[in-house]
Design a protein around this ligand. Structure first.
Ligand SMILES: Nc1nc2c(c(=O)[nH]1)N[C@H]1C(S)=C(S)[C@@H](COP(=O)(O)OP(=O)(O)OC[C@H]3O[C@@H](n4cnc5c(=O)[nH]c(N)nc54)[C@H](O)[C@@H]3O)O[C@H]1N2
Ligand SMILES: Nc1nc2c(c(=O)[nH]1)N[C@H]1C(S)=C(S)[C@@H](COP(=O)(O)OP(=O)(O)OC[C@H]3O[C@@H](n4cnc5c(=O)[nH]c(N)nc54)[C@H](O)[C@@H]3O)O[C@H]1N2
Ligand SMILES: [Mo]
Length: 710
């Protein structure tokens, strides 16, 4: 007889905000999660999880987890809390909200969320239906990819683009402002397979990232100048007869106008602005056009400066000019999300929104809470879930000031007392992925993945959806929307009769865990060889007549918003960074260095950045700077340094390296300010100004100064 306890297995879907959305297997023994591994059968996960997730079962049992509802028992931010019951928590929250609604109106309450959980049920929009019913302020959620989405929808429409697995067929792969080896690890084997078959790998990154080091060619423009580089490439393609005229004439709108605009981008101008030698711009244009199929994988950092949206429109034009869409593995990859048959109307219930309801963007939380943004009524109640703005949103000192307001009633649902939750009046314990049901879409591949509840929740944790059901009951909402269980909601949100589902149902997911949408296989998907772009013209729109700025669903679920934004340049182009020595000499006199703050290899945004073994693997907050910039400041390797501007400061340890260009520093994201050397992190210095499209952030468009700390 085998006396090993029986192991039960369940299908998981990684809950994190990451393009890879790994298919996982939960192994359970006696109701305890004993292992979480990558599903071997899954063509992208291939049985391996990343460094962040490799001990994911232990993460569930982290002793610092919030396991019970907590009420604040000390000053705001003091992290002093007392355990209360769920009944007390729900009663207190709903009665405080009813008081706020009576005194100020329902818009004085604001939800605030992001993709800390990526599930259809527990994710970004888990609370939309509830808060729309309540009549709260609508929260516009544009942390990431909103600018590139607006540019993408304007230019090529809501297409999923190239399947990341089709990259094996590519002959020229451009990874543009994306650090795949850290942030999209499960795509990398497909890139390497393509290389084995003869492809060239080009990385365009403002510093020599892990991924840039593995490239055949690393192009290093100054931060925020990719728009000029892209327009220079377009000009070189036109000038040197590299345009696929037959395809362009049949399947694009506005070629003549684009070519005319590109004339301004002379080789000398582009070299001066971007720092990339003119010969390299010409060579890139030549090789991209000639080595077919050629493909571009765009990362989020392309949108992170004042002209981000315009930049991405220019980048989207390049594969069209080269005729890359003609072949499998040629074209562009932004986010496959657009092809997922999700019924966002059922998820978010925009029909519950009362006409005239105001919208507050989540990058401007500090302005909204401190009164800098004139809001009538002011925000008096805030509910944060799936996000940690004191670490991740810009201008965090302003957010801390706002969250410290005595008259603000602040509730959050969390796994840990994060730097944001520290300011809450009530903290609710939220489940981790092994403890709840969900269905995961992906923004990095074409698989829909089930996440089955494998164990009972630790302590008294509840899923986001369950918490909203309790709050709805407490508020007296009787709607059927608030009566469905978690897996019932998952089933309700998928459009099962859409062609992408090819007739499969829940039983398929219960049996296999995941499903590749029926949008062509990686070996034959050829969505736009003959045009068929989901734009008004059916073509790639280089030129968009009457173009307007908008924030795309699901980042904002009010469809009228799509037509109501400010006018947009009909053509792609280059908008210089807002903060650079060239565009703001006065600011640069005090703060001469441009900071970029990409993702940390060892953290997932701010998740895991409170776990000592993960901090050990990732290293403490560091600041990379060039030998010349270091020398000018008497900074040596390992010195503690302070990074600052008029918005705030943070400290880290210097890494003096040729991997960064002069005038640029790199400090990665995710570190908790409460655990850093000083009470600050990279977002203490970043600006809450938007980029040109989609009200996206401008994290790569900030000037700072660096000094040695004595
Ligand atoms: N390990 C890890 N993986 C993650 C995450 C994480 O926190 N950690 N976060 C997840 C999330 S939310 C996202 S959105 C994705 C994002 O993943 P990526 O798209 O890779 O985004 P970033 O890491 O922000 O930036 C990518 C690269 O862009 C470069 N860059 C910055 N500014 C510019 C510029 O102006 N021009 C050019 N050419 N390059 C520039 C940076 O140096 C960086 O190497 O990763 C996901 N995966
Ligand atoms: N300077 C700079 N800032 C950046 C970026 C950058 O490149 N540079 N990148 C930006 C990008 S791309 C993004 S996407 C954002 C991400 O920013 P955030 O969305 O704030 O990401 P996280 O730090 O992972 O915070 C997610 C939080 O949700 C909690 N959580 C996870 N699952 C659940 C759940 O099921 N229920 C509840 N209630 N809570 C849960 C986690 O514990 C965690 O505290 O940051 C942005 N900020
Ligand atoms: Mo993101």
């Amino acid at each position: 007889m085998n006396d090993q306890p029986a192991r039960e297995t369940f299908f998981g879907g990684c809950p994190h905000d990451c393009p890879d959305t790994c298919a996982m297997i939960y192994e359970v023994e006696d109701g305890k999660l004993v292992e979480v591994r990558g599903n071997k059968d899954h063509p992208m996960t291939r049985g391996t999880l990343c460094v962040k997730l490799k001990d994911y079962h232990d993460h569930h049992y982290n002793p610092d987890r919030v396991l019970y509802p907590l009420r604040r028992s000390g000053p705001k931010g003091s992290r002093q809390f007392t355990r209360i019951s769920w009944d007390e928590a729900i009663a207190e929250i709903t009665s405080r909200w009813k008081d706020i609604i009576a005194e100020y109106g329902s818009q004085a309450i604001m939800p605030y969320s992001y993709l800390g959980n990526e599930g259809l049920v527990q994710g970004l929009t888990a609370g939309d239906a509830f808060f729309n019913k309540l009549g709260s302020t609508v929260n516009e959620k544009t942390f990431c990819a909103s600018g590139s989405s607006t540019a993408w929808l304007l230019t090529v429409g809501p297409t999923g683009g190239v399947d990341p697995e089709s990259f094996v067929h590519s002959k020229y792969i451009v990874i543009w402002a994306c650090n795949s080896i850290s942030t999209n690890l499960h795509h990398w084997p497909f890139v390497l397979e393509a290389r084995k078959r003869g492809a060239k790998i080009v990385v365009i990154d403002a510093y020599r990232s892990r991924t840039a080091k593995q490239a055949d060619w690393h192009i290093m423009p100054k931060p925020g100048t990719d728009g000029a580089f892209a327009m220079g490439v377009i000009a070189a393609m036109v000038d040197n007869g590299l345009v696929d005229r037959e395809w362009v004439d049949a399947h694009t709108v506005g070629f003549e106008e684009l070519a005319e605009r590109a004339k301004q981008f002379t080789p000398a101008y582009v070299e001066r602005v971007t720092g990339v030698p003119a010969a390299d711009v010409a060579r890139f244009a030549h090789d991209f056009a000639k080595a077919q199929p050629s493909v571009i994988r765009m990362g989020v950092a392309l949108e992170r400066h004042a002209g981000g949206g315009q930049t991405i429109r220019a980048v989207c034009a390049i594969p069209a000019l080269a005729g890359s869409w003609r072949r499998v593995g040629g074209g562009l990859l932004q986010m496959p999300l657009w092809e997922f048959p999700v019924d966002w109307q059922r998820v978010s219930r925009p029909d519950f929104i009362r006409p005239g309801t105001r919208v507050v963007n989540n990058l401007q939380l500090g302005q909204a809470l401190t009164g800098e943004m004139k809001l009538d009524p002011p925000i008096m109640g805030l509910y944060v879930y799936n996000t940690n703005p004191v670490s991740q949103a810009p201008q965090t000192n302003k957010i801390v000031k706002g969250l410290s307001r005595e008259d603000l009633f602040f509730v959050t649902a969390e796994h840990f007392v994060t730097d944001t939750a520290a300011y809450a009046d009530i903290v609710l314990p939220a489940t981790m992925a092994g403890e709840h049901d969900d269905m995961m879409f992906s923004w990095g591949h074409f698989y829909l993945t089930i996440n089955e509840k494998a164990i009972p929740p630790c302590g008294e944790a509840k899923s986001n959806a369950e918490i909203f059901r309790l709050l709805a009951a407490g508020m007296g909402y009787d709607h059927h929307q608030f009566k469905m269980g978690d897996m019932e909601l998952a089933e309700h949100y998928v459009k099962w009769d859409a062609p992408q589902m090819a007739g499969v149902g829940m039983e398929h997911f219960r049996k296999h865990g995941y499903f590749h949408l029926a949008v062509g296989t990686p070996d034959d998907r050829l969505p736009h060889a003959n045009g068929n772009f989901p734009t008004p013209s059916g073509k790639v729109e280089f030129m968009v007549k009457d173009a307007k700025n908008f924030v795309a669903p699901p980042f904002r679920m009010m469809y009228e918003a799509m037509q109501s934004g400010e006018d947009v340049d009909p053509l792609p182009g280059y908008v210089p960074p807002r903060e650079s020595p060239e565009s703001d000499a006065a600011r640069a006199a005090n703060y001469p260095l441009n900071i970029i703050s990409p993702k940390s290899h060892g953290f997932l945004n701010s998740c895991y950045a409170n776990e000592p073994h993960k901090i050990k693997g990732q290293g403490e907050q560091f600041v990379m700077l060039s030998p010349k910039d270091a020398q000018a400041r008497s900074i040596r390797e390992g010195d503690p340094v302070r990074v600052f501007n008029d918005r705030g400061d943070f400290e880290g340890f210097a890494r003096v390296t040729d991997d960064v260009q002069e005038g640029v520093i790199v400090a990665t994201l995710g570190y908790w300010r409460s655990l850093n050397r000083s009470d600050g992190s990279v977002n203490s210095i970043s600006s809450d100004a938007f980029c040109s499209l989609g009200r996206a952030p401008t994290f790569s468009d900030n000037l700072v100064q660096v000094t040695r700390v004595n």
